[in-house]
Design a protein around this ligand. Sequence first.
Ligand code: MG
Length: 223
Amino acid sequence: MSELDLRTLSFTDGRTLPVGTFYCIGRNYTEHIREMGATMPENPIVFIKPPAAYLPSGSKVELPAFSQEIHHEAEIIAVIGRDCARLSPEEAAGVIAGYAVGLDLTARDVQKRAKERGEPWATSKSFRGSAPMSPIVPTDFFGTKEPHLTFTLYINGEQRQFGDSRKMERGFAELISYLSDIFDLRAGDCIFTGTPSGVARVTSGDTARLILHDCTELNVIFY
Ligand code: MG
C-alpha cells in the first residue's frame, strides 16, 4: 500500500483539499444525549481538533496509553469548500463542498474527569489520530444542498451505531451558520455533526467500518 497522505483530504472524484480544522458538535442527537445522561444544550456544544488529528481511511489508529476507555463516535462530516464568515443558513448551505463520515474518537475516562473538574476537553478529544475520516462525496452527487444521509458503524463486522441526518437536532447549514458567526472558516475545515446512540469502547485489534450509505466508507484498525 502506498504511504497514506496525512495532510490532504480526498474526494471520491479525485479532487483534494488541505486538511483544515475539525469543528466538532456535541449532543446533536436526542438518543445519545439520553445515553450520556446529559441535557439538550441551548447553543451547540463546540470543540476543536487540530489538523494533525486527521487520519485517512486505511490507517492504523494508535490507542493512546493515557486512556483505558477510547470510545467510537460515528458522525457525518460536512466539509467546507471555501473561506467564509458570518453566513446565514441559506448562504451556509452553499459553502459545503461535500460530505464524509468519520469517528470522533474520545478518551471517555479522561473526558469524564475533565467534566467533573470543569477542565477543557482537548486531551480527551483531540489526541493523535482522533479524527479518522472517509473520502468525501462531492455535494453535486446528491443534487440537493441538505441531503438525507444515513450511516452505519460496524466494529469487527457487528453493527454498533446507526445514524440518520433527519434525526439531528440542528442541520448542516444551521451548524455552519452558527460556527461562521464565531470563527472564520477555511476551505478544508470539517464539521463533525454529532453522534447517535451506541457509543462504546474499542480495543487493540478491533476493526471499524463506517459506511455513508451508497457513497463512501471509512476502514481503520486499532492497535
Ligand atoms: Mg462526537
